[in-house]
Design a protein around this ligand. Structure first.
Ligand code: NDP
Length: 480
């Protein structure tokens, strides 16, 4: 595959100093392509171009309904190219083809959803007194920066970019250095269809070009998805320039299973919630809290199911793909290697060698039962196919444990008793709660975001447009 260039100010920009970064296929360890190691100068140039595009007549003259039409066309374009995009996403991340196809459809849905909203974001008229016409006017916030991680690149790009364009902003996307392929594909489309500088795509290391962008005085808003420490660094940079951030920082989301739950229904959902994308999902169901009286029965079923899961590359039609890179792979193995007498591995817990793919980064789906909830396996985000289990004895303890981490992104509550289910759901500190289901990150229409250290702000749904607008109050005093 040819090297990937950045899209800056309507031009494809390669590396003048031959500073390229290798992009590897995590399923095989082979080189896929190279990206430009973007630097501060690239960041400056992109922000300057974005500011120019924001003020340009060409972009300003796009009416809201025309922005909607463009987003609708983008959804269509994504669907027409779904096969190719799924191949790229699957190659870049190593995720099973069916999951990659689901991601492409979700990306199309984001563009479609915000297409519909583009001409339905409007202000109010506020009655104050006779002869004073007071109205609020909605304006774009300006230059929006989207820092995208490697686990769901096309979905995460689509969810914030679509909302930002719908509301008339200009967009700079910085891809993760591990996964630039699908954003590069979309960049070609935006390059062809949008005025120069409205959409730009930058690549390179987060600590270099990423940090140059987040601290840039010309950026008006930052949407970041990734780890808590990097999110804090991004927020500090934003604070220096007094610009708002939307942060989505992962979690340790629980499935809480009560004794009357329908286990046949719960088991496949619990399994999928942790093995999907090899557990590298911000909203993964990575904690299982189970009522003592049914714990043995549920764990037996889960262990049985985990044993049947096939680990391997997309080419083998596996259930569980590779870990994204060597750093994350070694990190997870180190965590698994630190199991002591406070925790017990019930299944998995080791590296897997897949024949013909010896350089890929595979880990077996794992269940660890911990003796208490303070255990680091239960508290920390592992970001791999690792389910951490703790037992509880009653409803109040279940709620206490569900809330006893620094995160609060998603939760699943499993009970046939509507009183129990609703009582628990309303007391869990979490941005989304599913009852008798678990939709990792839910649908496009559902507000998504974190309580506590899982983040700030809401993405998805009609609410996300609020991240990309400013409200101006205009008061007109009438006198004849
Ligand atoms: P990071 O938070 O470091 O990276 C996420 C994104 O931020 C990437 O695009 C990265 O770029 C970029 N970035 C990194 N440093 C900076 C910076 N100083 N300024 C601006 N942007 C920056 O996560 P990692 O990839 O290192 O993964 C570590 C852990 O983070 C995982 O184990 C997981 O727990 C969590 N994580 C959570 C995600 C979620 O969906 N909530 C997604 C990914 C990770 P680049 O990759 O080029 O460095």
């Amino acid at each position: 595959m040819e090297n990937i260039q950045m899209l800056i100010d309507g031009e494809w920009v390669g590396s003048e100093q031959e500073q390229w970064i290798d992009v590897l296929n995590p399923a095989t360890g082979e080189l896929i392509t190279q990206i430009v190691r973007g630097n501060e100068k690239h960041a400056d140039r992109a922000v300057e171009a974005a500011r120019k595009a924001l003020k340009s007549k060409e972009w300003k003259s796009y009416k809201p309904f025309q922005r909607g039409q463009f987003l609708q066309e983008t959804a269509r374009y994504i669907r027409e190219n779904a096969q190719r995009l799924a191949e790229l996403e699957s190659t870049d991340i190593g995720k099973p083809s069916a999951q990659a196809k689901g991601d492409i459809e979700a990306a199309a849905r984001y563009f479609e959803f915000y297409a519909g909203l583009a001409d339905k974001v409007f202000g109010d008229s506020i009655p104050i007194e006779e002869d004073l016409l007071n109205v609020t006017v909605i304006e774009p916030i300006g230059v929006t920066l989207h820092i995208v991680p490697w686990n769901y690149p096309i979905q995460i790009t689509a969810r914030s970019v679509a909302a930002a364009i719908a509301t008339g902003n200009v967009v700079i996307v910085k891809s993760s250095e591990d996964t630039p392929l699908t954003t590069n594909f979309l960049a070609k489309w935006f390059h062809e269809k949008l005025p120069q500088g409205v959409f730009q795509h930058l690549t390179g290391y987060g600590a270099e070009i990423g940090s140059a962008l987040t601290s840039h005085t010309g950026v008006n808003q930052i949407t970041f998805t990734g780890s808590v420490p990097t999110g804090i660094a991004v927020m500090k940079s934003a604070a220096n320039n007094v610009v708002p951030v939307t942060l989505e920082l992962g979690g340790k989301s629980p499935n809480v299973v009560f004794k009357d739950a329908d286990l046949e229904r719960a088991v496949p959902v619990i399994v999928n919630s942790i093995v999907q994308n090899a557990g590298q999902t911000c909203s993964a169901g990575s904690r299982l809290l189970v009522e003592e009286t049914i714990a043995d029965e549920l764990l037996e079923k889960l262990v049985e199911k985990f044993k049947t899961l096939k680990v391997g590359p997309p080419a083998n039609n596996a259930d569980v793909g590779p870990i994204i890179n060597e750093k994350q792979y070694k990190r997870i193995l180190e965590i698994l290697g630190s199991v002591d007498d406070q925790a017990k591995i019930l299944v998995g817990g080791e590296a897997v060698q897949v024949e013909g793919y010896e350089n890929g980064f595979y880990i077996s789906p794992t269940i660890i039962e911990a003796s208490d909830h303070d255990n680091s396996f239960v508290q920390e985000e592992i970001f791999g196919p690792v389910l951490s289990v703790v037992r509880f004895s009653d409803v109040e303890e279940a709620i206490e444990l569900a809330n006893a981490t620094e995160y609060g992104l998603v939760a699943g509550v499993w009970s046939k008793d509507i009183d129990v289910a609703h009582y628990v759901a309303s007391r869990i500190d979490s941005g989304q709660v599913f009852v008798n289901s678990y939709g990792a990150a839910g649908g496009v229409q559902m507000p998504f975001g974190g309580y506590k250290k899982s983040g700030i702000g809401r993405e998805k749904s009609h609410l996300a447009v609020q991240n990309y607008i400013q409200i101006k109050n205009i008061a007109i005093q009438v006198q004849l």
